[in-house]
Design a binder for this molecule. Sequence first.
Ligand SMILES: Cc1cc2nc3c(=O)[nH]c(=O)nc-3n(C[C@H](O)[C@H](O)[C@H](O)COP(=O)(O)OP(=O)(O)OC[C@H]3O[C@@H](n4cnc5c(N)ncnc54)[C@H](O)[C@@H]3O)c2cc1C
Length: 290
Amino acid sequence: MWEESTALFFKKSGKYTSKGIIFSGGVLGTVKLLLKFKKSSLPKLSNKIGNMVRTNSEALMPVTAMDKKTDYSKGVAIGSILHIGEHSHLGPVRYSKGSGIWRLMMLSRVEGKSFIIRIYKIFADFITHPIKNLNTIFVDDWAKRTQVLLFMQTLDSTLKFKERLFGLGMKTKLEAGKAPTPFIPETQSIAEKYAKKINGKPMMPNNEALFGIPTTAHILSGSCMGANVNKGVIDKNNHVFGYENMLVCDGSMISANPGVNPSLTITALTERAISLIPHANTFENNYNIS
Ligand SMILES: Cc1cc2nc3c(=O)[nH]c(=O)nc-3n(C[C@H](O)[C@H](O)[C@H](O)COP(=O)(O)OP(=O)(O)OC[C@H]3O[C@@H](n4cnc5c(N)ncnc54)[C@H](O)[C@@H]3O)c2cc1C
């Protein structure tokens, strides 16, 4: 992966000394770089850069148990998946004990169309359930006492990433489907039912509760695979259309919403792409060691 400073150096000097390049900066790193290079040193890159950016349309729903003996921190991080509908499923996520920084990012789980309504509901909840609210703030070990429910869907909606003026980062625009929302109808009732069962308090990330901005840990696409340069940024073997020996191997290559945690898919596709590079499988060939 090019550091930006290195890339700028290459651009200024006009010298390209690498025999091959693999972009693997994740969606936010690779797409940003490719958008920049499309306008400067790599004009033949596809116009599809930044298109079809998507997520797992997920919701992260922590529920903090009031019982001080509860311990959700042991075991596999995500050991099971419950299918709860044609397009949706739920994974219970465990965090190892001591992972408590998350609590600072959480507020009561609320819904509502405007900031005013949601802030009113947060205050009302605090007044009606003061003990539960205080318990979630001052809980001794957030990871032990909290079951995070990860709701994911195969339903798709896509965004388009564009470069801001003067190269000041990227901006997004809805491309297709419904705008992503933190208030997915099923999620509120799932969180409430689960909280009732474990005598817990359902929470949500504060950017969602306050500003209605959905959270994702699974951002995907933006340098999608396609049949040709008019349909995608890379081919089925991860090679960038228009240039030799240039590959994209990260979440930005994924051209659909798998509806599940994506890192194994990213790893598998990357391993496949690398295995197709001639001689890439021998250390000796790569490094000229005899
Ligand atoms: C909190 C959290 C929990 C998650 N849990 C799971 C899970 O349980 N299971 C699962 O499958 N997935 C999980 N994910 C998603 C998973 O981590 C990502 O889908 C995956 O890591 C994406 O891989 P990537 O190679 O596209 O990018 P990344 O893993 O983000 O790697 C990109 C790398 O490039 C670097 N970089 C970016 N720009 C530049 C640049 N200009 N120059 C040099 N380096 C640069 C970044 O610093 C980073 O190290 C989770 C994500 C988060 C945030």
